[in-house]
Ligand binder design. Sequence first.
Ligand code: HEM
Length: 508
Amino acid sequence: MISGLLLLTALFLFSLLALRLLVNYFAAGLQSIPGPVLARFSDLWRFVDACKGHHQQTMSQLHSEYGPVVRVGPKIVSVADPAAVELILGLKANLDKTDSVNPMINAHEGEYLPMLISAKNSKLHARLKRPIAGAYSMSTLLSFENVVNDCSDKLMRRLREEFVDGRGHGRVCPLHEWLHFFTFDFIGRATFGKEFGFMDAGTDINNMIGTLDLQFLYIGTVGSMPWIDRLFLKNPLLLALIKTPNHLVDFTAQRIRHRLEGREKADTGGYDFLSRFLDAQKQHPEVVTDIQLAAYTNTNILAASDTTSTALTAIIMCILQYHDVYEKLQAEIDASNISFPVSYTAAQALPYLDAVIKETLRFFPTTGIDLERTVGASGLVLPTGQSLPPGTIVSMNPWPLHRDRSIFGDDADKFVPERWLRRETESKTAHDERVRNMQRVFLTFGYGPRACLGKHIAYLEIYKLIPILVGNFDLSLAHPDRPLKTWTGVAVKILNLDVHIRERHRDG
Ligand code: HEM
């Protein structure tokens, strides 16, 4: 009797599952869009792919196999068409984000942080952004320049101690780790006036970097099947037991508390992000509540450290793999006679440095996950003619778009910084137009109203640090024949940039 009941229940559940998979497969309006068959049945296909850690490569392969519009889930369509960027990510459409952002949301004292980056609704996003957008503007950059100077001085000193001089002489340097220590310490000072202390310690204190790595892994995988998040980190039972599951959130909350109690103060000329957020609280108390303050600061740490260090690592990796580029860059820096620490203005005036940075962020875009949006109530007609019904998730991944031959030419798959420079026979107007065209599909920092707020800060760090490293050191790969190892959570992280560092003795 009991076994009969069990069998019946199993049959019933199995039929429900089969029905669900069939409904997914035949999702209205998406049958004609090509893509892997298994992906039509369930998001499990994408989840498994994300768990393998090379999602951006899968997206590039899918688009070269199926074309610019590919169905990658029951209700998800990936688009790699330059003509569709504005339509999907642009200001005019202002489409909402999707549930894929849920795993980003951290909790503090049992309450979820209303983070800017994970605000799904565009109106809510605009409301949260308005009070603090000015804190990230170009005009605030100057106050952060000294912080980059201090942090880059410290990085150089510590690299010399550990890998160049004395007992450290000749040791192999895991530069990817040290660049991470640098960006983490920088954003700590820029946000709270306090470094995390990674460069001093030369190690990941309290596993804070490890925690962020885990969180990025969680976002990159669970984000492709977001309902799982409710079983894990958003499970009310877990939150009742552990009120702040992520100890980085505890760290940021402690910084705010200590600032309000007068135990810590800003040291970026007295005006760091936290000071700006506190000012915003005075002016917009209805939006910038205490929990919102924690959300803004936590977003800064989440969004700024891993991404910027990944970009820095990719630049060094690319120039070490393309030795002619490395030599040209070093020659430009030497000929410029810039003094160290390099000012942002002086660094931006180096055309080859500028080309190398842009080309790396095109060729090896930091962002490996899909930028997803929800199609609104009136549906969406793509430039290719396909119509997507309301509620479809439409996504763009930077990797296939950044290799688009119609924009970047037949050598789109090669690392060629010269593509950003003016050609001998090219007029200034034609060059400006060509660069504008390339930048229109540049998705490393996202695009449109939800694009990265910290882009200028990231560029400040990158433009200043690369000439300091390349101008002062001779860097070389410690294992030139070893294949590159990467892992994609949110950023496409390089895990084995092991280098030898030798001091250069520049004249003058
Ligand atoms: C190379 C370094 C960086 C990369 C590649 C990067 C990339 C991105 C991307 C792809 C997004 C989301 C776009 C979307 O969802 O459509 C984003 C959002 C964001 N980033 Fe960055 N980022 C970098 C550095 C930074 C830094 C240094 C900061 C802070 C100082 C920062 C703060 C933010 C914030 C606050 C958001 C949310 C913006 C919003 O939703 O309005 N990022 N970033």
